[in-house]
Ligand binder design. Structure first.
Ligand code: HEC
Length: 111
């Protein structure tokens, strides 16, 4: 294999697994912190577009956090959304939700 081709193939493989690791971390985070109140992660992710998720979880997840902090029904999540842990992991969560967003092409259509 010519060297440049080999190098870029390697780079693609590396980038791919790196991205997958983030998605996996986000999924774990979802299961631990969201699933008690919300549906299966992939259904939740598929309810919005990648852009919607970006808006909601961008800027350290402020929009999503406020939405929960304002809601009495979401009281059990207030510790989590107010924590440093949330800010630290919100990017993984975003990766996971975008991976399976409505327009990602990764959700099997069943309608
Ligand atoms: C303690 C229960 C609880 C937990 C835990 C929780 N949520 Fe929620 N969530 C709610 C409630 C209640 C609402 C509705 C708030 C409102 O609009 O008043 C909501 C609303 C939302 C919405 C908006 C729905 C829409 O259609 O716009 C999204 C998105 C969401 N949650 C995502 C998450 C994610 C991601 C996590 C984990 C990081 C999470 N939630 C954790 C209770 C929870």
């Amino acid at each position: 294999m010519p060297k440049p081709l080999f190098t870029s193939a390697l780079l693609v493989a590396f980038t791919f697994s790196w991205a997958q690791a983030h998605v996996y971390k986000g999924q774990k985070e979802y299961i631990k912190n969201c699933k008690s109140c919300h549906a299966v992660g992939k259904d939740m992710a598929g309810s919005k577009t990648q852009r919607d998720w970006e808006k909601m979880l961008g800027e350290n997840g402020a929009t999503l956090a406020n939405l929960h902090l304002k809601s009495k029904d979401a009281e059990a999540s207030h510790d989590y959304f107010g924590s440093k842990k949330y800010e630290k992991n919100v990017n993984h969560l975003l990766d996971f939700l975008q991976e399976f967003a409505k327009d990602s092409g990764n959700v099997p259509a069943c309608d």
